[in-house]
Design a binder for this molecule. Sequence first.
Ligand SMILES: CC(C)(COP(=O)(O)OP(=O)(O)OC[C@H]1O[C@@H](n2cnc3c(N)ncnc32)[C@H](O)[C@@H]1OP(=O)(O)O)[C@@H](O)C(=O)NCCC(=O)NCCS
Length: 240
Amino acid sequence: MNATGTNVGAVASAPAAIAAPGGYVASLDAARPADAASEPASVDLTTVEQGPIEVETRRIRADEALLLRSLRLLALTDAPRAFSGCVGDELTVPASGWDRRAIDCATRQDDYVAIVSRYGTPCGLARAYAPATEAYRRELAAMWIAPWARGIGAGDALVEAAVAWSREVGAREVTLWVNLDNAAARRLYERHGFAVDGEPSGDPGDERRWLRMTQVLTGVERAGGAARDGAPDAVARERW
Ligand SMILES: CC(C)(COP(=O)(O)OP(=O)(O)OC[C@H]1O[C@@H](n2cnc3c(N)ncnc32)[C@H](O)[C@@H]1OP(=O)(O)O)[C@@H](O)C(=O)NCCC(=O)NCCS
């Protein structure tokens, strides 16, 4: 596996039935944005052509709003406790909002989404974006792997892709927030050099408490010298 391009675990022949379970996609059919009259409700992942590579990551493309929306809604439906956002809020985002997100995440220096696929079928996503006013930092968020693609290195591939991109745009650290109870995610992040950074939010007994984890990126060089503010066009991005 490598951090940028990212062919992982190439196999001679892909198994015949690796396509995403249709149920996940079908369950989103009622969730069409109001202004998406002529669009399909979601991406039918079962029609994606099967590829030979087991796990590969790439940056989302500007024209993949529908894929972004499908994966995000699947994530929030599958693992609501893992995220601060909720599916109800995302359902109110119009199609034009998803278009904007896809374009930004495909093209900007302060927003990025990596898509991971298993045998060519998208099975997860992660976002890295510039939060608040701290342009030197990127926040890793929205990390999700479909249940049918867990435990095979897809999470590793996404973390590597997001950290590699953060380096490329000159960020000095990557932070994230993880549910205190989310042992699987915490182990994943620890494996990739993230360390707990401060006390968890909230009080013992609260239903959800968040732990901040940080990875300091060493040896990051920026064009024009040691600019303290990170990537040149970094502005605070919408949190989702
Ligand atoms: C957290 C998550 C991204 C990890 O993805 P992954 O690619 O499966 O990561 P890993 O392969 O490192 O597996 C993580 C753990 O899942 C468990 N696991 C392994 N195979 C599994 C499978 N087939 N199905 C379910 N869980 C499995 C293991 O306990 C593993 O822990 P380990 O460190 O002891 O090996 C994924 O589980 C997920 O999307 N969870 C729901 C959303 C979420 O929690 N997002 C993080 C928000 S901060």
